[in-house]
Every structure is written in structure tokens, then in C-alpha cells.
Design a protein. Structure first.
Length: 283
């Protein structure tokens, strides 16, 4: 998230969060598909997920390849929680020399009948990655040496099976210069059909600070959406989701899209439509 494609990509592809997977952690940045509700397993839980393509905010983080993901969550009865989530990523998706995403988050949840509030912060870290050369194509500013990262604060609200969350970047968005203040607004729905079946939907919009212009090459704003179905079989949740975006991923050499990357001689649109298969388990 570099040349227009690398630089830009390295950031917006920001890591993280699941691509349509069914992770049950709350703070994870991701338009994740939540598993059907189960009995309270206790304050400490672990989760493991396999996906055929790791999608975060609609964009591929694994270069359209499979990913293994997992983490831990601790939720205190007072409402405070902390957690960690991890996934393999592909360096070509904006994390030069890096292949791992590590997310650390914490916050506070408040329940008011069918309503819920969630306040927290999350930090995305890509050990081994190198952000040298990341350039803002509008200001010309180049990042200094260091590891690709991103820090956000968020606030969420829920009512029964519907939820929304607003995330605000307090650092340069995935290390792209001058993008602190970028934001992401998302709406999610998870409906339990019974007998282990569930349906889910997601709609999100990214506003990349100082990158909203009428040109494929420099427009970092986009909308992503998803619709999916899940099936719980003895605690193993299988998922299938359709994921798509209107992110600028043009591979036109004369006007390359913000989210179109060239790797190993071929150009790929990180936000193109795809079907995401997942298998998850919470312990």
C-alpha cells in the first residue's frame, strides 16, 4: 500500500482483515462474515480460518491466493476486550518484502438491550516489510525507512443482526504519505436462518485523504460490497461470499489504476469481483 501502483497499493491494501472470512472477533478490520451465535465459550477464545483469497475492505491481500488466519480474543465481563489476529499476505499487494500481517486491538463494548456500542483502536503491523520509496503522487512526499503499518480508532453500533462501524486513521494510511485522517464507513448484516444456516451482507466506503480526484491513476476512494451464506456443521463454519468493488484497478499503462498492480510481468486488479470460500473454527 512506490510507483503509482506499488506505493499506492501498499497502503490501501492494507492488510488486514479478512476477506469475507468468518472470523468472530469484533475489532478486526474487516468486512468479515460472522459465524452464527453460539453459547458463551468464556472470556478467552481462539479462532482459525482458511480462505481461498484474503480480502480486506474488498481488496485482495494475498494476490488471489489462499491464506491461513487466526488469533486470540479476551473479553472481560466489564465490557473491555483485547485481541490479536494474524494472516499471511503477499508482498506484491503493497507490503514489499513482507508476508505477514499482525493486528493488535482493544476496546470497550456496551450492551443496551438489543442495542450495542463498541469503541476501540487497532494497529496493523507487517513485520519484515519495507516502506522506503512510498510516494504520494500528489504532494510528491516520500516516506522514510520503516515497516508498513497503520493505526486506526473506531466506533461501532449494532441492533439485533445489523451493525455499522466508522474507522479513522490516526497514522498515514498503511504508510502512504499525507494520508492520516483517511476513514472507512461500513454497514453489516448477519441473519441466522436456523439449522446452522446464515446469510450476511456488507457495504463499505473508503475515503483516502487527498486522493479523491477524477482520474484512475490517483483516485483512492472506492466502495466495496459483499453478500454471502454460511453453514455451521458441528462448530465448523463453511462460508461462500461474493465480493466486489468499484476501486480503480485499471491496467492501462498510460493511466494505471490506483489499485492495479504489476507483479512478475502481469497486471492485476486487486478489487475485481470474486467468490470467497472460507472455513473457520472458534475454540
Amino acid at each position: 500500500m512506490k510507483p503509482l501502483q506499488s506505493t499506492v497499493l501498499s497502503m490501501s491494501i492494507l492488510a488486514a482483515a479478512l476477506s469475507g472470512a468468518l472470523l468472530t472477533q469484533t475489532a478486526l478490520a474487516a468486512d468479515d462474515v460472522q459465524a452464527p451465535a453460539v453459547a458463551d465459550p468464556g472470556p478467552l477464545t481462539a479462532n482459525l480460518t482458511l480462505v481461498n483469497d484474503y480480502r480486506y475492505r474488498g481488496l485482495s491481500q494475498s494476490n488471489f491466493q489462499p491464506a491461513i488466519q487466526g488469533g486470540f480474543d479476551y473479553a472481560h465481563e466489564s465490557g473491555f476486550y483485547v485481541g490479536n489476529w494474524n494472516s499471511n499476505v503477499d508482498s506484491s499487494a503493497g507490503y514489499p518484502d513482507g508476508n505477514l500481517e499482525m493486528d493488535f486491538y482493544g476496546g470497550y463494548k456496551l450492551a443496551l438491550g438489543d442495542f450495542g456500542l463498541d469503541f476501540g483502536a487497532i494497529y496493523y503491523y507487517y513485520p519484515g516489510s519495507e516502506k522506503v520509496g512510498f510516494t504520494n503522487p500528489r504532494s510528491g512526499k516520500v516516506n522514510s525507512a520503516g515497516t508498513v503499518n497503520n493505526g486506526e480508532v473506531y466506533i461501532g453500533a449494532s441492533w439485533k443482526f445489523l451493525s455499522m462501524k466508522y474507522s479513522y486513521a490516526v497514522t498515514d494510511y498503511f504508510s502512504v504519505p499525507d494520508t492520516s485522517g483517511s476513514s472507512y464507513l461500513e454497514f453489516n448484516g448477519n441473519y441466522d436462518l436456523g439449522n446452522g444456516w446464515g446469510v450476511n451482507g456488507h457495504l463499505g466506503s473508503l475515503w483516502l485523504k487527498d486522493y479523491h480526484v477524477n482520474s484512475n491513476a490517483t483516485d483512492g476512494d472506492y466502495v466495496d460490497w459483499k453478500i454471502g451464506v454460511t453453514k455451521d456443521i458441528n462448530g465448523f463454519v463453511f462460508g461462500l461470499a461474493y465480493v466486489d468493488t468499484n476501486a480503480k484497478g485499471s491496467c492501462d499503462a498510460g493511466n494505471p489504476g490506483f489499485y492495479g498492480i504489476t507483479y512478475s510481468g502481469s497486471c492485476k486488479d486487486l478489487g475485481r469481483a470474486t467468490a470467497v470460500l472460507s472455513l473457520s473454527k472458534t475454540f
